[in-house]
Design a protein around this ligand. Structure first.
Ligand code: NAD
Ligand code: AKB
Length: 314
């Protein structure tokens, strides 16, 4: 359920998710209706109109929204978990003020709908780590996780107090072949495929038995578009929905890769990201996304591995 005439603005369009989401939305709405915005131009999105934008500049954002008559904003600009620990002040400022700037535009009726992603980083060491439910203890220990948890609460507040139609997913680590990851703890699960094809070996920055939820980018993009197109009354959670993805360890994904590249070897040299990974769930329940807007993922660990290797090899 969507109006093909609606104009869309993607902020942070040059990032890992932004490139693929812009391409996919352009297929549905037409590339002239999907505007890409980021700090600098994005060669991969040369078919779309581009606006240079720092999301912290609220006036510049408002001008772009008015100029293009934007209906829906997808806000992807953020610092992720690993970079966020290295630049905590910037992470907090960007992740929170960027969100307020967009939510305020919706509150002031300049835009109709907002998408803002949350993350499994909202959970912490006191959260049940296996089959983590939608509603549970949440005491995140990273600046990134704290900003996502606070962001979820603010989204819900803007919906309750001002009727802002904001929708959100708690993505697991995302794995795709079209774009590079940007400073997260789950980035190893993308790097490993590139290194397997290039060098037939990989040194992992997480230990071999660190299980984390991950998801194929194609599933994540589909979930994003499905929640944005779902009837408003189906969206019962205005904080953010759990998505389960596929839970695996570095050793398990390495074993899958070995099925295709028998010479592949993996070694382990955990760094500061290990502590972040250890504070996150190992597996997640997504019953509410299934029930409320009919979500169902397509990929499992074998089909994800096959798809990544096949496409990266080309
Ligand atoms: P990314 O780091 O790859 O991309 C972020 C983009 O935002 C970059 O292109 C960057 O140039 C841009 N940006 C940074 N500061 C900006 C500013 N001030 N103004 C405008 N643009 C700015 O991130 P991503 O992996 O694509 O993630 C997008 C969103 O999804 C983030 O909110 C992230 O927390 C969330 N998320 C991602 C994952 C994942 O695995 N990729 C998982 C969970 C949640
Ligand atoms: C990260 O590792 O920071 C992201 C995420 C799971 O939010 N990929």
């Amino acid at each position: 359920m969507y109006n093909k005439e609606d104009k869309i603005l993607i902020i942070g369009a040059g990032g890992q998710i932004g490139i693929e989401l812009t391409q996919e939305l352009s297929l549905l709405y037409g590339s002239s209706n999907v505007i890409a915005a980021d700090l600098k131009p994005i060669p991969a999105l040369s078919n779309n109109a581009f606006e240079t934008l720092d999301v912290l500049d609220k006036n510049a954002l408002l001008n772009i929204v008015k100029k293009h008559d934007i209906a829906h904003v997808y806000l992807l600009a953020a610092l992720l978990s690993a970079t966020g620990e290295q630049k905590p002040d910037l992470a907090w400022k960007l992740n929170m003020e960027g969100l307020f700037n967009v939510l305020d535009l919706a509150k002031e009726k300049h835009i109709k709908r907002v998408y803002w992603p949350s993350s499994i980083a909202v959970f912490g060491p006191t959260t049940p780590r296996v089959n983590t439910p939608q509603f549970t203890v949440m005491e995140p220990t990273t600046v990134y996780g704290i900003s996502k948890q606070a962001g979820e609460r603010w989204c819900e507040w803007y919906f309750n107090k001002h009727g802002v139609d904001v929708r959100s997913l708690r993505y697991p680590g995302l794995i795709g072949w079209k774009s590079a990851p940007g400073g997260g703890t789950t980035d190893y699960a993308v790097h490993i495929f590139h290194e397997a094809l290039k060098h037939k070996k990989y040194e992992c920055f997480l230990s071999e038995n660190t299980a984390l939820p991950m998801m194929h980018m194609e599933d994540a993009i589909r979930a994003t578009i499905e929640i944005m197109h779902a009837p408003s009354e189906n969206i019962k959670i205005r904080g953010s929905y759990n998505l389960a993805g596929i839970s695996f360890t570095p050793a398990q994904i390495a074993a899958e890769i070995k099925n295709h590249i028998p010479e592949f070897t993996i070694s382990y040299k955990p760094d500061f990201r290990q502590q972040i990974a250890d504070s996150w769930p190992q597996s997640i329940l997504e019953d509410r996304a299934k029930k409320d807007w009919n979500w169902s993922a397509k990929y499992n660990i074998s089909s994800l591995t096959e798809d990544m290797l096949k496409n990266l090899a080309q």
